[in-house]
Write a protein that binds this ligand. Sequence first.
Ligand code: 5AD
Ligand code: SF4
Length: 515
Amino acid sequence: MTQKDYSAYFDFSTAKVVREQDGKTTYRIKGREITINAAPSYKDEKRRGKEDIQVHYDFGIPEDMQAFGEGKRYLVVTYGCQMNEHDTETIKGLLEQMGYRATEDREEADIILLNTCAVRENAEDKVFGELGHLKGLKAEKPGLMLGVCGCMSQEESVVGRIMQKHPFVDLIFGTHNIHRLPHLLREAVFGKEMVVEVWSKEGDIIENLPKKREGIKAWVNIMYGCDKFCTYCIVPYTRGKERSRRPEDVLAEVRDLARQGYKEIMLLGQNVNAYGKDFTDRTYTFGDLMDDVRKIDIPRVRFTTSHPRDFDARLIEVLAKKGNLMEHIHLPVQSGSSAILKAMSRKYNREQYLQLVRDIRTAMPDVVLTTDIIVGFPGETEEQFAETMSLVREVGFDGAYTFIYSPREGTPAAAMADDVPEQTKRERLQRLNDLLTDLSKASNDRLRGQTVEVLVEGESRTNPDVLAARTRTNKLVHFTGDRTLVGQVVQVRITEPQSWLLRAELIREPQRNAI
Ligand code: 5AD
Ligand code: SF4
């Protein structure tokens, strides 16, 4: 009798239990030993427990692992959203504390980790493609450690597929146990078996994890998880229930980053407006947090992503104070049709979204709004898509991430008939993107000749004499200037607006505290 039933993962005609010990089960499948410490379960991921979140401040790398990576190189390949990018910074921080150094060269790496995204199928296809390439590399260099982590690891079907079809992978871990990396690496290296440890029950909050940040902008997590359960979305399963970091911890981190000289902070959460709802000992909302961050001496603060349903008056009032709070709001709408929004379980309708936009614009007339939109959701008619187009026009978005609906196993929408033909989905996406390009061009044209404040982020990708900067509204600006301006807030005049780029000229040298 096995301690846990992992039959969902294996073809049991070929899998044999070789060991059961300390709550772990080791199987042999096609000659490869696989130890499962914990495996994901859709059923558990759906559950939302009432227990309080524990915050841990005692993280440390085990002594015997502190020099484990000395003389070795790591590579982390990141897919997906900014949350994942930020998790990668933690993974890199952990690896560096173990003595590893970075490399961009797959051939040189001693450990390669794929930090994956599950939000759409094409993101998953890329990962399986990459695993195919890495198989050859592993054959040439058996000492190479290969790991898969991130959102795909939280999916039962993915873990099963890797075990069966990609047994050369050494390590699978999830989004809730990144801090376990040193322990799992030790097990995988010394045990010479594939180690699977994916927690389904969302964990606690682990503070003090190392982070390897680069550049002048820093991401800061304010909360983890999502309880919204939009019917198309896998995130509430892969990222667990909403849990907020304590305000003291967030504010201390932002202050510390300001001291270190970072110029811009991006506050991160799947649904930042839900910040603080899980506190049982105090009333403190996202608006309150923004008001406190506003008082910290850091030039720019942004946040992503907000949910329209919870965008309250307090938050609008605080954002309207501006200062280091930028007048750009990313406000995913997903669809302009109330019927589709209902089927998506977004918990607002078209009119409520438009009313929210009016309220925001009344308080902040110069705000720039961007959004996320899904086309081809099950049952979306031409009329309903036309409502999305008309909403986009009415709001006048300056940009959007647009997606073709992708069914995700385990979500309610995956059980609905995916009945919009592929060709129609593509056409709708094209029409939507054309409209968004026109709107962005028109909005950018209105900036011609205007003086705007930009933060210089670095050299442009194509020409080192041209600097890349961002307006307060997050528009990309290119202008000719000296490298020494990187990290400074300067004034530029917009000379040549394009659809997705503003060409400009420098008109004033930086001033201290010019925000
Ligand atoms: N199919 C297509 N797009 C999706 N998104 C989330 N889930 C899906 C899906 N199943 C989009 C939403 C979300 C963004 C991060 O990804 O627009 O806001
Ligand atoms: Fe997914 Fe909806 Fe949560 Fe956003 S709010 S992460 S779309 S479930």
